[in-house]
Design a protein around this ligand. Structure first.
Ligand code: ARG
Length: 490
């Protein structure tokens, strides 16, 4: 088989030539991970999008991926949140029609304000935390209500985004509570802890502040309580030991880089990360507005993700409205694919370590490196194939005459190498670049190489249809690995 003939062989290969991992590994993938009783913010949006894409890519490569959503669902604020819930009339008689928290941030802030202003309330809140930590049934019941109510908000966002996290993937901070004591005992038995200022700490070697003082991970506070750091140590221990994971991934914003570096270092010393295990912080920058600051709504308030995503779909609907050949239901489907695709792609196309500017016009532009450009390129190819009416087979003879034709085939044959680089670097932006290059290579080819024109000889027409079909397969597969849908018509 000649090199060019390999292009036709791709027709029958759903992997487009990409191999399956010879030694599949088991990944624990921490992503999304918002906080209970707080609105998800853009950091959680990025984590959700990037985490979901990386999970899909790893599965495609043949690995096992266990997602886990590390909800911030435990700790001292829950005392005041539960008390506020009681004051709001939730306790016992929950009536979802009357009591739904429409704005988690307002709920949180109201609780906080009372806590700061009202001594009696603060006292109640402190007693409630003690009860909660002592597994008091009523406190736990109310806490469950808060978690359920918040999860409802998160799931609305996941649903709009079309990402794969479900309730079963929730392993919040509270999940590790029963393991914390053992984890600390083990650290102490291994001689890795020191008492500093009354708190039990681990000082992973190599981490100091500007003054040169060693930096601690606090494993047990002075008052006997446990916090964020020790929970993450117990998390490593759980996923490697109890769940047999070989690779731990954390899609979490860049500001937590040092936290994770310290957790990984301490876990190596504790023997919770073996020589063949990996732990990687998949860090990312923030999303900023045109002014370089945190993005705001039109009214200037903080952005709610569900509203932002609905706006994306509405804006896409305005674009799709011009496509009169689609019926109303199809237009709604396409608007969703285009709107959500735009938000995801705008996030994924940049090197994730960098900040990026949130810009509606740019992310929804029909030309340029955008999701809708790829979606449109793909729909156009599908329309050519529909018009051609014939489905080329794997045995079709591939004839390459024009340089643009050759360039397109070379690009299509580069898929396995592209996917490898994307996975090795946990770098979805490289897949975006690859897909954009594929779409532009097709467009140059299509300009120079007539497919359906009457003057095109039959043999060449078939060969070109093969290239069109493989290009569409590649764009569709690539977009689906990024979590982006490819409408048949646009
Ligand atoms: N809930 C945290 C936050 O919003 C993120 C948790 C990330 N995962 C972890 N294992 N620490 O900042």
């Amino acid at each position: 088989m000649s090199g060019w003939q390999a292009a036709a062989a791709l027709l029958g290969d759903t992997r487009l030539g990409a191999p399956v991992a010879e030694r599949p590994r088991r990944f624990a993938l921490d992503y999304s991970s918002p906080n209970v009783a707080k609105e998800m913010h853009v950091g959680h949006l990025r984590s959700s999008i990037i985490g979901d894409a990386i999970g899909g890519l790893l599965r495609f490569a043949g690995h096992e991926v266990v997602p886990h959503n590390h909800l911030g669902d435990w700790g001292t604020p829950f005392g005041m949140l539960i008390e506020h819930l009681i004051d709001e009339g939730w306790a016992g008689a929950r009536d979802p029609a009357r009591h739904t928290i429409t704005d988690l941030n307002n709920f949180y802030q109201a609780a906080r304000q009372k806590f700061d202003a009202d001594e009696a309330f603060a006292g109640r809140a402190r007693r409630r935390v003690v009860l909660l930590q002592g597994a008091d049934e009523r406190a736990l019941g109310l806490w469950h209500e808060l978690v359920a109510e918040s999860t409802r908000h998160f799931e609305a966002v996941y649903d709009l985004l079309g990402i794969e996290l479900t309730g079963e993937d929730i392993y919040g901070e509270s999940f590790y509570n029963p393991f914390l004591g053992d984890a600390v005992d083990e650290l102490e038995a291994k001689g890795l802890t020191e008492v500093s200022d009354g708190a039990v700490c681990v000082f992973p070697p190599g981490f100091t502040n500007r003054e040169g003082d060693r930096l601690p991970l606090i494993v047990r506070k002075r008052d006997g309580g446990y916090g964020y750091a020790v929970t993450d140590l117990a998390t490593v221990r759980y996923w490697t030991r109890e769940r047999g994971c070989t690779d731990l991934l954390y899609a979490v914003g860049a500001p937590q880089a040092q936290h994770f570096a310290m957790i990984f270092e301490a876990s190596r010393h504790a023997g919770w990360l073996g020589e063949d295990d990996s732990a990687v912080h998949i860090g990312f920058g923030s999303i900023v507005g045109a002014d370089g600051k945190t993005i705001r709504t039109r009214a200037g308030g903080s952005v709610k993700l569900a509203e932002l995503l609905t706006e994306a779909i509405d804006r896409a609907a305005a674009i799709v409205a011009e496509r009169t050949e689609l019926d109303a239901a199809e237009r709604a489907e396409v608007a969703r694919a285009v709107g959500i695709g735009a938000v995801k792609y705008a996030d994924l196309r940049n090197d994730r370590e960098k900040d990026y500017v949130f810009d509606w016009d740019r992310m929804l532009a029909m030309d340029g490196n955008t999701a809708v450009y790829l979606q449109y390129a793909n729909a156009r190819i599908l329309s050519i194939l529909r018009k051609a009416g014939e489905v080329p087979g794997e045995g079709t003879h591939v004839v390459l005459r024009e340089p643009t034709e050759r360039a397109l085939v070379l690009q299509l044959l580069r898929w396995p190498a592209a996917v490898r680089a994307v996975i090795e670097g946990y770098a979805p932006h490289k897949l975006c670049t690859y897909l954009y290059d594929t779409a532009t290579a097709f467009s140059a080819f299509y300009e120079n190489c007539p497919i359906l024109a009457a003057s095109t000889p039959a043999e060449i027409r078939s060969s070109r249809l093969v290239l069109a079909q493989v290009t569409s397969n590649s764009l569709t597969l690539g977009m689906s690995l990024l979590g982006i849908r490819a409408p048949q018509r646009l």
